[in-house]
Design a protein around this ligand. Structure first.
Ligand SMILES: [Zn+2]
Length: 410
């Protein structure tokens, strides 16, 4: 643990008197120098989290990571609520405002404790430091990000006075598998929030923040045909594989890559034996879109697909599951604030869009959302996953500074 002052439970203490703006960059300098002094503590805590393996669906393990994070946040003055989930209990940690205003603005920080790495990965890929890089499963996505957020809060607290906003930190247990048990909770907490700060890693390669993400979903196409002997009476059959092949081409032709819309048939199944005209076949296809409009177009076009062979029947299920995280004016405004904070901290940060989805896809349509506020590094979901150690203090300071900027708006 670091040398922060102990705050009364339930209250979050900040050093800066809000409304006092003329010396913002010196506040930022204080945040940064505090965080630079915490570099080795951050790495120690990162090691603690990485060495608790936490694959999605392993509730026991994921809960251990969440227990540790909850303990750290409670020590900082948060009130923690556990929301039970089949894959580990989500933690909603709240720093209440000391504002006499009955309805203070709420800022929501959003992260997850699960990783894509199975138990045993650490034996092959242990947590290790090499030069400026910290390697290990989940360092970049997103245990390093969780540590940065924790220290961002410590940094704000190290400065010492109370904040006129309610700060909430939601850490979920199942983001890597599509947030089945946390989706509703995320939507509830994001509704009415002044800002949602998603602490997923920054964009690989340039460290930029994420101001848009594609949305997407899946289609499952099933064809029922008629079986017959392929040699004796093929004419009596209705070949489900042929029909499915036709549908795969039809569906794929709906893509408009120039608009960011892609359709990829990714899994196929059908038939029983070579000498049998197949009675059944199916495929699963992945859909990605950059705009809701495109998502709706694809859904309508898919609904209009009909069987080429009238003796077969088609069943199509699925559709757009996550709306795109579109680059809304509210997101751009948040990004500009972050950019200003970075500038005052002495570095520049850009923005960009990515194809992969996050819980930010759920919040962006209902609350101002900025994503990619976590680590600088590379190799999410890959063997060389790592973060840049020297970037931890400035990125934590960026998050801290952004929260303070949002608090001042109150
Ligand atoms: Zn992630």
């Amino acid at each position: 643990m670091s040398s922060h002052q102990i705050a009364p439970k339930g209250a979050f203490f900040w050093s800066v008197h809000f409304g006092y703006t003329e010396n913002m960059s010196s506040t930022h300098t204080s945040l940064l120098s505090y965080l630079e002094g915490q570099s080795s503590a951050m790495l120690d805590d990162l090691r603690t989290l990485v060495e608790i393996e936490s694959p999605s669906y392993n509730a026991l393990q994921v809960d251990q990571v969440l227990d540790q994070l909850e303990a750290w946040l409670v020590a900082l003055g948060a009130t923690a609520q556990r929301i039970s989930g089949p894959n580990g209990d989500h933690r909603h940690c709240i720093f209440t405002s000391n504002n006499s205003n009955q309805n203070p603005a709420r800022v929501l920080i959003l992260g997850h404790a699960d990783t894509v790495w199975p138990i045993g990965t650490l034996e092959r890929l242990p947590f290790r430091l090499e030069g400026d890089l910290a390697y290990g499963p989940g360092t970049y996505d997103m245990k390093g990000c969780l540590i940065q957020a924790l220290y961002a809060l410590k940094a704000i607290q190290s400065l010492g006075s109370a904040l006129p906003i309610t700060l909430e930190f939601l850490i979920t247990s199942d983001e890597e598998v599509g947030s089945p048990s946390s989706r509703e909770l995320i939507l509830q907490l994001a509704a009415g929030a002044a800002a949602v700060l998603v602490i997923e890693p920054s964009i690989q390669g340039n460290g930029n923040l994420k101001t848009s993400r594609k949305g997407g979903g899946e289609f499952w196409v099933q064809v029922q045909g008629i079986a017959s002997h392929a040699g004796v009476e093929p004419e009596k059959g209705a070949n489900a594989i042929l029909e499915l092949a036709h549908q795969a081409l039809q569906l794929s032709s709906l893509a408009k890559p120039e608009l960011g819309t892609t359709v990829s048939v990714g899994k196929i199944l059908g038939g029983t034996a070579t000498n049998v005209v197949p009675a059944y076949a199916e495929f699963h296809a992945d859909l990605r879109v950059s705009s809701l409009e495109e998502g709706r177009r694809i859904e309508a076009d898919v609904a209009a697909l009909t069987a080429l062979n009238p003796r077969t029947t088609l069943k199509i299920t699925g559709g757009l599951d996550r709306s795109p995280f579109e680059r809304s004016p509210q997101t751009v405004e948040l990004f500009h604030k972050a950019q200003q904070v970075a500038f005052e901290l002495g570095f520049t940060v850009g923005e960009g869009g990515v194809g992969g989805m996050s819980d930010g896809n759920f919040t962006a349509p209902i609350a101002p959302t900025l994503d990619g506020l976590g680590c600088v590094g590379a190799g999410a979901h890959a063997e060389h996953e790592h973060i840049e150690i020297s970037q931890m203090p400035p990125r934590a300071a960026l998050l801290a500074g952004l929260i303070m900027k949002l608090a001042q708006l109150e």
